[in-house]
Design a protein around this ligand. Structure first.
Ligand SMILES: C[S@@+](CC[C@H](N)C(=O)[O-])C[C@H]1O[C@@H](n2cnc3c(N)ncnc32)[C@H](O)[C@@H]1O
Length: 268
């Protein structure tokens, strides 16, 4: 795709979808757009954008495509094990010391996709620290993914394959595939549409889980987000990132790395 065409597409996507593609890696996005146009059956981008402008369903499909939303329960299980063993005990102890009567954790799953990530968090919290009033906020830009998250499914066998038989019994409805999370459980999460590049961030969080989201963003966009994540955490709070991700020079953003995938906000 020619640069001029890409620039034109970026302007249209910003206007129609309110999504700024400047923040996404160029090469990858251009390849994805090329293949989407072919799949759409439209002859050129002008006619495709006309279709998007006239058809809300197509608009939603296009937005969902641009924001890749592959996910699974306990994705990279070793990292979740580390969260439970290395990170949660300290956070829980600090929360109790701060306020014995209100000792739940404030958690944000940023870029939660289809909900598998915040449900994983809730399962761990239920196993590690039941009877505490945790608050889990889960957000994503992609409305299609959020709809599935809010409904608690349908999830495929692949998406739930890392759940143990006991976890399936406790947290999923009987039957399946497809699988659904029990409503009594899914109601415990607050889901919201949120654009990381445009909307305000929550505050005073103990833990932010943002995994496999920024890998699609430019270096500048990532740097900006790490600063915003740092500001959203309380001192001592933790940012949990994807298994293949790393924050170079974490101290520049007010973080200290500990263990693979975990960054603690430095007390200032
Ligand atoms: C590959 S999924 C990761 C899902 C989950 N965190 C995980 O690790 O399994 C990336 C998610 O980032 C979301 N995303 C992409 N751009 C976003 C933006 N600007 N604001 C909020 N979410 C965004 C996508 O919609 C998608 O659901």
């Amino acid at each position: 795709m020619e640069l001029e065409v890409y620039n034109e597409i970026k302007r249209s996507v910003k206007r129609i979808l309110d999504l700024d593609l400047e923040n996404y890696k160029d090469e990858q996005m251009r390849r994805r757009l090329d293949s989407w146009l072919v799949r759409s059956g439209s002859l050129d981008w002008n006619s495709y954008f006309q279709r998007v402008a006239e058809d809300p369903k197509e608009k939603s499909k296009f937005r969902d495509y641009l924001t890749i939303n592959v996910s699974a329960f306990f994705r990279d299980p070793e990292r979740w094990k580390s969260l439970a063993e290395l990170v949660l005990p300290d956070l829980l102890r600090e929360a109790k010391a701060r306020s014995p009567m209100n000792d739940g954790l404030q958690i944000w799953s940023a870029g939660c996709s289809i909900g598998a990530e915040p449900y994983t968090l809730l399962i761990l919290l239920d196993e590690v620290a039941p009877h505490r009033r945790h608050q889990v906020l889960a957000t994503d830009f992609d409305q299609g993914a959020l709809k599935k998250a809010i409904q608690g499914g349908p999830y495929s066998a692949d998406e739930i394959q890392n759940l143990t038989p006991a976890q399936r019994n406790t947290y999923l409805n009987a039957g399946g595939p497809p699988y659904y999370v029990k409503t009594s459980f899914s109601k415990k999460i607050v889901f919201q549409q949120h654009n990381l590049f445009a909307d305000p961030f929550p505050k005073n969080l103990d833990l932010i889980v943002c995994r496999n989201v920024v890998i699609y963003f430019t270096a500048d966009a990532k740097d900006k987000l790490y600063r915003q994540f740092n500001a959203a955490l309380r001192p001592g709070g933790v940012l949990f990132i994807g298994a293949t991700e790393i924050i170079p020079r974490p101290q520049e953003f007010g973080f200290k790395n500990f263990g693979i995938s975990f960054y603690k906000k430095v007390q200032s």
